[in-house]
Design a protein around this ligand. Structure first.
Ligand SMILES: Nc1ncnc2c1ncn2[C@@H]1O[C@H](COP(=O)(O)OP(=O)(O)O)[C@@H](O)[C@H]1O
Ligand SMILES: [Mg+2]
Length: 267
């Protein structure tokens, strides 16, 4: 379990997080939503230990690591994986070299030791027989999986996704959502999904926190985004709720298309 208590953090004299309380339960996908600039990426940096908090507790597996040494934090960081964007694949390297990139090129492990791990990973990701291909030969969905394989080769217990669907078309968003769900089932990871895509959040998350004004609000189950009477939640989801309302109205309007659709239901 990952737990943040009263986390304060920022850059220089500017505090961005003013006391964040948040819990990500084991094997659950927790979404963090909030408008641009609200501090979502900053929060992920704190969890990864790239940015150390000035106050508060960061509890990983029961241990407060907020103020431990860098050396000590590195041990905890191994349990976590930050999911790379598709563009992070090296075009000049094969799929196998991309997946085995960190153990082979950074840790200098022999390729003979890395390759079996790579093959196992590709199999688990339903990508058999593509190890000699290059990224350019793959579909967008496959490239995402390969990029994920590079993080998963370390078998992290916690996966952090920072806006994984930003800039993608609806089909690709569906692929990414499916991958996130699959990771939880196959690898039994705890996932933290930062997103401003409400549809994605409703699709894959099991619990939602809303970040606003430097604090996190526990929204609860995703459907509460639609029903909550809390003013902050309502403000954040307003345009989306309007959207849903618009569709509802369209379904009952006298537009020719909508009319045909509703005629079928009327005896
Ligand atoms: N490296 C940085 N140095 C200084 N300010 C930063 C840095 N990164 C982010 N910020 C500021 O911190 C605030 C929160 O940013 P960020 O966590 O990236 O928001 P989000 O991911 O929710 O869009 C913003 O005001 C941003 O300008
Ligand atoms: Mg961000």
């Amino acid at each position: 379990m990952l737990k943040l208590e009263g986390i304060r953090a920022g850059y220089g004299d500017t505090e961005v997080l003013h006391g964040v309380d948040l819990v990500a339960k084991e094997r659950v996908t927790t979404a963090i939503i909030g408008s641009s600039g609200s501090g979502k990426s900053t929060l992920l940096k704190v969890i990864m230990g790239f940015l150390r908090p000035t106050a508060g507790k960061l509890i990983i597996d029961g241990e407060d690591v907020a103020h431990v040494s860098e050396h000590e934090f590195a041990r905890h960081r191994q349990k976590m994986g930050l999911v790379f964007q598709e563009s992070a694949l090296f075009d000049s390297l094969t799929v196998a070299e991309n997946v085995g990139f960190f153990p082979y090129y950074r840790e200098k492990k022999p390729w003979g030791k890395v390759l079996p791990l790579v093959r196992e990973m590709l199999e688990m990701l339903d990508l058999p027989g593509i190890e000699h291909k290059y990224p350019a030969e793959l579909s967008g969905g496959m490239r995402r999986r390969v990029a994920l394989g590079r993080t998963l080769i370390y078998r992290p217990k916690i996966l952090l996704y920072d806006e994984p669907t930003t800039g993608l078309d609806p089909t690709m968003i569906g692929h990414v959502d499916e991958i996130i769900r699959e990771m939880n089932e196959k690898f039994q990871v705890t996932s933290i999904l930062v997103s401003h895509d409400l549809e994605s959040v409703l699709d894959v998350a099991e619990h939602v926190f809303l970040i606003q004004d430097g604090v996190a609000q526990d929204v609860g189950e995703p459907w509460k985004l639609l029903t909550s009477k809390d003013s902050r939640v309502m403000a954040f989801t307003k345009s989306w709720r309007d959207h849903v309302e618009m569709y509802r109205k369209l379904m009952h309007s006298k537009l020719p298309g909508a009319n045909e659709a509703s005629q079928g239901e009327t005896p």
